[in-house]
Design a protein around this ligand. Structure first.
Ligand SMILES: [Zn+2]
Length: 173
């Protein structure tokens, strides 16, 4: 068994999550985005790194609007969300060269949703052999410094989203 050095998990485990503001509601103030590991806030969708990741590069994509399920999304939000998922996969492919991805939704606490009130996609990059260090505990072992370093590498690519990179890709395909 490898050592699981994940001190930030404790903060997650001991916080009861009640009365804590929603991590997926980005608000108007962009000055704390780096501390919150937010990579992109568009008009309808946002992207952030998972502070409690399965692997380094684990991203979360959510609608800007605070809604709990897919049924509550408008068609425009749904389209923007999926385009943002696609764009995020594109950035991860370019920057981290994963060999595959797991993309999905955890709907409801029983399905593993950490934040039930605000629907969000998980994008987990995968590499051959990564399960060697992704233990069956399903919790992780990516040190915070690695997350910050990856954030710095990903951010310039997500900045292009704001300049219409998502739309360009859409038109090209
Ligand atoms: Zn929210």
């Amino acid at each position: 068994m490898k050592v699981l050095w994940a001190p930030w998990r404790m903060k997650y485990i001991v916080s009861d999550q009640k009365g804590v503001e929603c991590i997926f509601c980005p608000g108007e103030d962009r000055t704390d985005d780096q501390a919150k590991l937010i990579l992109h806030v568009g008009s309808l969708s946002m992207v952030m790194m998972n502070r409690f990741p399965y692997v380094n590069g684990h991203l979360l994509v959510a609608p800007v609007r605070h809604v709990a399920d897919l049924e509550s999304l408008t068609s425009d939000e749904m389209l923007d969300l999926l385009m943002t998922v696609r764009g995020s996969i594109g950035v991860l492919s370019k920057v981290m060269c994963p060999e595959g991805f797991n993309v999905g939704l955890n709907l409801g606490r029983v399905a593993g949703a950490g934040v039930e009130a605000h629907v969000h996609f998980h994008i987990v990059p995968r590499w051959n052999g990564d399960t060697n260090y992704m233990t069956v505990l399903g919790e992780v072992r990516v040190i915070p410094e690695h997350i910050k370093e990856t954030y710095r590498k990903l951010l310039p690519h997500f900045r292009k989203f704001a300049d219409g990179a998502l739309e360009e890709k859409n038109e090209a395909s």
